[in-house]
Each structure stands twice: as structure tokens, then as C-alpha cells.
Design a protein. Structure first.
Length: 373
């Protein structure tokens, strides 16, 4: 499996090569390659602290990279950041509009910054206030609005001039399901009209709505592909186990040598196995029963993007007993999905003893994450 999201992209609207960013001794981004084509939604998936916001800020020209190349609509944001800002719509992870201005005043300000005037600005205000259900809020100070409405207004500010590139940093963070669905439908609409959309998320369900997904961990891309294509890489390796008590059963399966990774989804224990499923089913049942658990069902299950994520962040770090947090701290490369080639080793990786998971470097990691906000 390739760990670059930029191959076969031709003249991508957004292209990043070898992108790296260091805060002191902490590498927040460590060798990221990605490309986003016009009309595509690319999801950057990873937990908090993985480096997603840092990547977005460097593409916007708000943060200088330590190394690497960036092109946005053919322009280098390092050398010409103002030209890039005129071609992107950027929605920050945290609230960043003018709280004492009304929704209409915020939208008018952002529209004017993009060069909209007169009838063009009025038309854009009407179009986006209607699309986002903001009509009743237009004359209210944005700081007095509920979080969901503030996020809708922030999205409107990013898209008001319909720029060719949209950079959305966790746009649905802290919103209700209705607002989340609306924002994703509008993302899809803008992509259908030719915009390149790069969106960060830590939600597996949201990542399923992207055309391609890059999984980011410890500042590096550890997996890339379509959501279905990534999941298919684990086909034939996933067991679903229903057993009680749940805690005892999970620990027994983590200790079972045939398990590569174990995760709990609802009442089901999902197990990635190392061998044939025909052998794994009775072995998994035996492992739970020998630990005092009671198994009610063991069966093969279709892999999901959640399973891929667990695979990429747990394997080769002590197997099923290692948590995703341990993987992010250790700074080691994830193994390929079964049946794929091993990824090349990146150069200049930080020493595991100095990554944010170690006591001596945790404060540096927190400083790096704080700088990304």
C-alpha cells in the first residue's frame, strides 16, 4: 500500500510533497504527501494531535513549513500567501468570526474580502443564508447564537465567494446531527461544482463520506485510499465475537496469539486475526472460555473503516494489547494491510524516546499541539 495521497493526481488543485513541521524537538508533521483534485473531497482522518490542523494551516499559508513543497491552485503559499488566500475558503477548527458583529455583517465582511460588491454580494448573502438556514439569524450578533448556528455561519463565510479550494478543519466539531449532515451535503455540492475540498475529521462515519481518505498518525500518513478500498484490504481477516462478561472476554482475546488487533463496537468485540478464519473461530471461542467467559456468537464480519484504523495504529506495537495512543507516542510506521507491500521507511523520524508519549517530551508535544490551534 502506498502512503502517499498525491499519486496519479495530474494537475491537482492542492499538492503537498514531503511536508514537515517541527515545534522544538517535536515533529508535528513528518513527511506528508497529498493531492486534492478539482471536484474531489479528500478526508484527513486522525485523532486529536495527529497533525491535521498543522497541515491545513501550512496549506493556507498561515504557518511556514520546516521542509517540503506546497502548491494551491498553482501558487506557492510560502512565497505568495495573499494570492493563495484569494483562492481558498478556510474554516477553522475553533470559532474565529467576529462575535460582536451580526451574521450579515460577518458574511458581508468576508464577501468583500473576496471582492464581492453590490448585487453580487447581496446575491451571495441571500443564497448562503437560505442554504444554511440562517435567515432568522442574520441580524443577530454571532456571539449570541448557539454553536450549531455559529458553525453554519463559519461555513458560509468560507464558501461565500465559492472559491476553487475549500480547506475545512473539523467543520462539524460540536454540532448537532442535522447541522453535520447539512454541512457535508453542501461540501458534496461544492465538489460537484468543481471545488477541491480538503476536510479534517476524527470521525469514521464522516470519513465514509469522502471520496478518498488519508489516515494520519503522529504526523505521518499511515494509510490512504477510498473508504471501501481500505476496508477491503482487511476482507477475510475480521471476526465478530459476542461474549460475556465483556471486559474479561476482551482481555482474553487481546492475549490470544491469533489476534492482531481488538476493538469493541457496541456489544461486539471485533478481532483482526492473523490466520485463516476457519481456524480462528474455534480458537477465539476457546480463548474466551478458558478465561471464564461465555461466548454467544463468533462469526466472520465485513471490515469497516474503523477496523482499518485500528489495524494501522496498533499492529507491530505488541499486537492487540497495544492501544492507539501507544502507537501515536511510539512514532513507528504502521505495517501494511494484509497482502500489500510494506511502506518505505521515512527518513529523519524522531527518536521514540523524544516523542510526545514519553514523560520527557510530553510537554513539548503539548506545546506543539497548542501552537496548531
Amino acid at each position: 500500500m502506498s502512503h502517499s495521497a498525491s499519486e496519479d493526481m495530474g494537475e491537482a488543485a492542492v499538492r503537498v510533497r514531503g511536508l514537515r513541521r517541527r515545534f522544538g524537538d517535536f515533529w508535528a508533521v513528518d513527511g506528508v504527501d497529498l493531492g486534492v483534485a478539482a471536484g474531489e473531497i479528500l478526508g484527513l482522518l486522525g485523532p486529536n494531535g495527529a497533525g491535521k490542523s498543522t497541515v491545513i494551516r501550512m496549506i493556507c499559508g498561515l504557518l511556514l513549513p520546516t521542509a517540503g513543497e506546497i502548491s494551491v491552485a498553482g501558487i506557492d503559499p510560502v512565497h505568495n500567501p495573499l494570492a493563495v488566500k484569494a483562492r481558498i475558503g478556510y474554516m477553522t477548527q475553533h470559532f474565529s468570526l467576529y462575535a460582536d458583529l451580526t451574521v450579515a455583517e460577518n458574511l458581508s465582511f468576508y464577501g468583500a474580502m473576496y471582492g464581492l460588491r453590490g448585487r453580487a454580494l447581496s446575491a451571495a448573502l441571500g443564497r448562503w443564508s437560505s442554504a444554511l438556514g440562517l435567515g432568522d439569524y442574520m441580524q443577530r450578533p454571532i456571539g449570541e447564537m448557539p454553536p450549531g448556528c455559529r458553525r453554519r455561519a463559519a461555513f458560509a463565510c468560507a464558501v461565500i465567494a465559492e472559491p476553487p479550494v475549500l480547506l475545512l478543519d473539523e467543520p462539524t466539531s460540536g454540532v448537532d446531527l442535522e447541522t453535520s449532515d447539512l454541512l457535508w451535503r453542501l461540501c458534496a455540492r461544492q465538489a460537484a461544482r468543481g471545488a477541491a475540498v480538503l476536510v479534517t475529521t476524527h470521525s469514521m462515519a464522516e470519513a465514509e463520506r469522502c471520496e478518498r481518505v488519508c489516515i494520519l498518525a503522529a504526523g505521518r500518513i499511515v494509510g490512504v485510499g477510498t473508504p471501501r478500498g481500505l476496508a477491503d484490504g482487511l476482507r477475510g481477516y475480521m471476526l465478530g465475537v459476542e461474549a460475556e462478561p465483556l471486559g474479561t472476554s476482551v482481555e482474553a482475546l487481546k492475549a490470544w496469539p491469533g489476534a492482531r488487533a481488538v476493538a469493541v463496537v457496541g456489544r461486539m468485540i471485533r478481532v483482526e486475526v492473523t490466520g485463516a478464519l476457519s481456524d480462528a473461530e474455534p480458537q477465539a471461542r476457546r480463548a474466551v472460555e478458558q478465561a471464564g467467559g461465555r461466548v454467544t456468537a463468533v462469526r466472520a464480519v465485513e471490515p469497516t473503516l474503523d477496523d482499518v484504523f485500528v489495524h494501522l495504529v496498533t499492529a507491530d506495537l505488541g499486537g492487540a494489547g497495544v492501544s492507539p495512543a501507544d502507537h501515536f507516542a511510539a512514532g513507528t510506521a504502521a505495517p501494511p494491510l494484509p497482502g500489500t507491500a510494506a511502506p518505505p521507511q521515512a527518513q529523519g523520524r524522531p527518536d521514540p524516546s523524544t516523542c510526545s508519549g514519553s514523560p520527557r517530551a510530553r510537554s513539548r508535544g503539548e506545546q506543539g499541539r497548542g501552537a496548531r490551534r
